[in-house]
Ligand binder design. Structure first.
Ligand code: 4AD
Ligand code: MG
Length: 436
């Protein structure tokens, strides 16, 4: 949309370089106050907020009256000269020579007063305009970019894996089933199985996409639809993949700390805690973790899985992520390589984020022997036919290989210090909520 004036259209983020010039800014009214002959419009355009001063004598009488009737979130295109002014919020101001009003907004449901979570979730499409939500989503964007940069700069090939799949990767209890013409298909729980095929083609590969789990549990860590980045490396063993995970998480966190200082300040995140996140991360075997939890008084036995409470306890013991390895095989997925020294445990790792955030990464070594893998598929009562191609990978130059998956929303929640994953994605899919 062009302005009627000939001034260049700019974004508020570049306003500092426009002092003394006449420019046009396109945005929405965030706030407004008036004092007789002056109206002060706080205009936001997504890149920043600018105070626009409308002086009665600079515009026509009907326009001045129309400006007076502007409501929160009304859309406007304002033109005027930019001034540096210490008193103005942000340090700059615009003296308006023209205001084009695109729409006077209806009474806006989200006001500066406190709203309850259900109300905000119901208005998620509008809630996204708030400075806090925008800061979180900008940090999410930075995290995603850092993930891609990490693998791209290390020679990994990005290979997208399918969303419609014929079989389960992470257990049959959390599958979303759908029709696929005359067949049944499932929404993918993880790209891992396909990654194993691409890692044999490329040596090292990764996928990054949405994944789906019909999680019947209503917790602050679970979404039905979440994004996962999954690297897979041929010839890598458990230690190699733990080193990769440690380097990966550290790089992402430090990139956000440097690149998104403003947003971290907006959401009042304690950045000092993030600055600690550097290798090496503490490593704990499952056995050691059980002992530690028992010492803390938790009623847990060897063989039990960790729930939210156990993960919270464990992750609160350290100032950086902790890597828990070698869980009992029976707690883990069918494809986990058993430890040759102790076949009852798997060569797997979960990375738990500090400050009580819990698991952000799950992964490990995959079974590379054909017969053992076939046994496990049968033991888990999985449909062998759907895994025929997966077993093929164990027939044509099978090698040890490892990988992991990192859930983006869990990482955003931790880096931003949020109470719940619902704020980490624009439109969260949760138990009992698929609107908006
Ligand atoms: O531990 P998970 O189930 O591991 C896998 O899916 C492997 N196949 C990945 C691999 O080795 N390539 O899930 C991996 C991560 C978890 O650590 C967690 O961060 C996230 O995915 N995650 C969820 N995030 C939000 N909501 C859910 N319901 C999640 N389930 C898992
Ligand atoms: Mg897991």
């Amino acid at each position: 949309m062009k302005s009627t004036a000939a001034a260049p259209v700019v974004y508020i983020e570049e306003i500092a370089s426009r002092v003394g010039q006449e420019v046009t800014v396109r945005g929405w009214i965030y706030n407004k106050r008036s004092s007789g002959k002056l109206q002060f419009l706080m205009v936001r355009d997504g890149t920043g907020t600018l105070q626009v001063v409308v002086f009665q004598k600079n515009v026509s009488a009907p326009l001045f009256q129309a400006v007076d009737r502007l409501t929160q979130e009304s859309s406007v295109v304002v033109t005027g000269r930019v001034r540096a002014d210490e008193r103005a919020p942000g340090g700059y101001e615009m003296d308006a020579s023209d205001v084009q009003i695109l729409q006077v907004a209806e009474p806006y449901p989200i006001t500066p007063k406190d709203h309850g979570v259900p109300f905000l979730m119901e208005h998620r499409h509008l809630w996204l305009r708030s400075s806090r939500q925008r800061a979180i989503l900008r940090i999410r964007h930075e995290i995603i970019k850092a993930c891609r940069d990490f693998y791209d700069s290390r020679g990994f090939t990005l290979v997208d894996t399918p969303i419609f799949t014929p079989a389960a990767c992470e257990g049959t209890t959390t599958l979303f089933e759908t029709r696929y013409f005359d067949d049944t298909a499932y929404l993918t729980q993880s790209g891992q199985l396909y990654n194993e095929a691409t890692a044999a083609a490329f040596g090292k590969s990764y996928c990054f996409g949405p994944t789906f789990r019909a999680e019947k549990s209503k917790t602050r860590r679970h979404l039905m639809e979440f994004w996962m980045v999954e690297p897979e490396v041929s010839y890598a063993e458990l230690d190699d993949i733990m080193a990769l995970a440690e380097e990966f998480i550290s790089e992402i966190v430090q990139k956000v700390v440097v690149g998104r200082r403003t947003e971290l300040a907006t959401i009042e995140r304690d950045v000092g805690r993030l600055e600690n996140v550097r290798p090496p991360f503490p490593r704990l075997s499952y056995d050691e973790a059980i002992r530690l939890l028992q010492e803390k008084g938790l009623p847990i036995q060897w063989g039990d899985d960790f729930g939210g409470d156990e993960e919270t306890q464990l992750s609160q013991q350290f100032d950086r992520p902790v890597m828990v390895h070698r869980y009992p095989s029976k707690l883990k997925a069918f494809y986990m390589q058993p430890d040759p020294q102790r076949p009852e445990v798997a060569l797997c790792v979960d990375v738990l984020a500090p400050e009580g955030y819990g698991e952000i990464i799950g992964g490990g070594e995959r079974i590379h022997g054909h017969d053992l893998l076939l046994n496990r598929i049968q033991e888990h009562k999985l449909p062998a036919e759907a895994f025929r191609w997966y077993l093929d990978l164990r027939k044509y130059g099978s090698v040890p290989h490892s990988g992991f998956g990192m859930g983006i929303e869990r990482v955003v929640a931790w880096i931003c210090g949020l109470e719940h994953v619902r704020e980490t994605i624009a439109f969260p899919r949760m138990l009992y909520r698929i609107y908006p």
